[in-house]
Ligand binder design. Structure first.
Ligand code: N7H
Length: 462
């Protein structure tokens, strides 16, 4: 989780006691268990749902823990699919403003995102009603995992036979050491994760750029981009909920993304000559940051461990367009330039597509199946996650359009997460085309959920 500072409690304007804790602040974690379920007996399930609400984490609790970091902690959230909300008696008439992709469900949207459903685990292709998320922080990852599993068992116990566990995913922060490098908090390709995250107006403390940013480079985004309710969005509209009980809730996207670490390493090893000064720089050009989080536009030639990792006042303090008009430092299709183009796009268009990420790595380094349990929150799946994946990551002709930008006709796809049939290559500065790459990341499952507020959960439990 990227660091952030918060406003004093009396100045916080988002409904802290209502919004589930994973959405804006994130459940603090070294391990996390995702229990996917179906609802079996409605009356029993509703009674138990009512009973577990006091055991769930809301924003005030996650914020205060973030500020104090006092001791070990276990926190839980719950979210439902469209089918789950239907099973709970909602949407007898589906409101026209309900997110159409949420309604369709992740499986039905997968092909349009470029996934091959043959890669999906069977559990994600069947009916899912919801997911229970249990995250734990403890400096010992195994102890964190045990604590999360134990709490999941207790929470499941409330539901008894009304909770049919369909599938379970276990995430753990990487702690291994290889080549003398500590991989704590790094994803499986080796890069620091959780470096950049938007701040939320009305919650995050403004400290830079006359109140427009939290830490330098960390823009403050309107809460309506992440939450439904009487909240303003970046585009000036209000994020009116389709039904009143959905206020202070958020759509949650879950994606099980398998990473082919060998393919990534082999591709970089085979091709860095001629395209970069080192293998590390070649990899950094695919991501847009060095392994330690240093932004490539800030330091195109070397990483600088002491300056960047865990230095929130520095690691996001950069622009793309203003600093690198011809992609000489960082390719236009590099992962972080592609999925958050910052000032590469005119008219605040990047800022309208912000999401809050809350994923965690899964699998040990020695496992063949390892990767990222990607989670993000937003007030529209169509306009945010799906737009980013389809129109930016998978699109070889997506180009920055800010004044002065010099882009080739086909910068290429995001080779980290890009899926679909487009050629898997990129055109870098001076029209250098890098060789076609294999798929490094494969979606093996997913789900679209809605994370209701405290009042929303009470409504669903009646
Ligand atoms: Fe990405 N990676 O290791 O290369 N991502 N990502 N991501 N990602 C980011 O800021 C990665 C995925 C975003 O504000 C970093 O945390 C991998 C999906 C966004 O500057 C690294 C996978 C989507 C940002 C990675 C993966 C996104 C971001 C830099 C899959 C959305 C913030 C460190 C296995 C559709 C960008 C950091 C910003 C950052 C990697 C998935 C989106 C290193 C391996 C599916 C918005």
């Amino acid at each position: 989780m990227a660091q952030q500072w918060f406003l004093p409690q009396n100045e916080i304007t988002v409904s802290e006691e209502e919004i589930q804790g994973d959405i804006l602040v994130g459940l603090q974690k070294r391990a996390e268990v995702f229990v996917f379920f179906q609802i079996a007996q409605l009356p029993i399930f509703k009674t138990a749902l009512h009973q577990i609400v006091p055991h769930l984490a809301f924003t005030r609790g996650t914020r205060i823990y973030e500020e104090t970091r006092a001791g070990d902690v276990v926190k839980a959230n719950i979210a439902f699919t469209f089918d789950g909300l239907k099973a709970l008696g909602q949407f007898a008439a589906v409101p026209a403003t309900l997110d159409a992709s949420f309604k369709a469900g992740a499986k039905d949207e997968a092909t349009a995102l470029g996934d091959d459903l043959n890669d999906w685990l069977p559990s994600f292709k069947g009916v899912l009603h919801g997911v229970l998320l249990v995250a734990a922080w403890n400096k010992d990852t195994d102890a964190a995992l045990q604590a999360a599993e134990a709490r999941a068992t207790v929470l499941k116990g409330y539901f008894g036979t009304s909770f049919l566990e369909i599938h379970r995913e276990v995430g753990r922060v990487r702690t291994s050491i290889s080549d003398g490098t500590q991989h704590e908090g790094h994803e499986h390709f080796g890069f620091a994760d959780g470096v950049s995250q938007p701040g939320t107006k009305g919650l995050t403390l403004p400290v830079a750029e006359n109140g427009a940013q939290s830490f330098p480079g960390q823009d403050l985004v309107e809460p309506g981009d992440f939450l439904l309710g009487n909240y303003k969005r970046q585009d000036g509209h209000v994020s009116t909920p389709p039904e009143p009980w959905m206020a202070n809730g958020s759509y949650m996207v879950f994606r099980r993304l398998r990473q082919d670490v060998n393919a990534f390493a082999t591709y970089a090893q085979a091709h860095w000559h001629g395209f970069a000064a080192s293998e590390a720089q070649f990899k950094a050009r695919l991501v847009g940051r060095w392994e330690d989080g240093t932004p490539l536009v800030r330091d195109p030639t070397d990483k600088n461990l002491t300056e960047n990792e865990d230095h929130p006042e520095k690691n996001n303090d950069f622009a793309f367009g203003a600093e690198d008009l011809k992609q000489e430092k960082c390719p236009f299709a590099a992962h972080i330039r592609r999925i958050y183009p910052r000032d590469d796009l005119k008219d605040d268009m990047s800022e309208r597509r912000r999401i809050i990420r809350a994923g965690i790595a899964y699998g040990r380094d020695t496992d063949a199946d390892k990767g990222l349990l990607f989670v993000c929150y937003q007030s529209s799946i169509i306009d945010k996650f799906e737009f980013i994946q389809k129109s930016w990551a998978n699109n070889p002709t997506f180009k920055p359009d800010a004044v002065g930008i010099v882009a080739p006709p086909q910068p290429g796809i995001d080779l980290i997460i890009g899926q679909g049939g487009a050629p898997r290559d990129q055109t870098w500065s001076n029209d250098k085309k890098i060789p076609v790459a294999p798929k490094f990341v494969t979606a093996t499952g997913g789900g679209y959920f809605f994370s209701p507020s405290r009042a929303g959960l009470a409504h669903l439990a009646t």
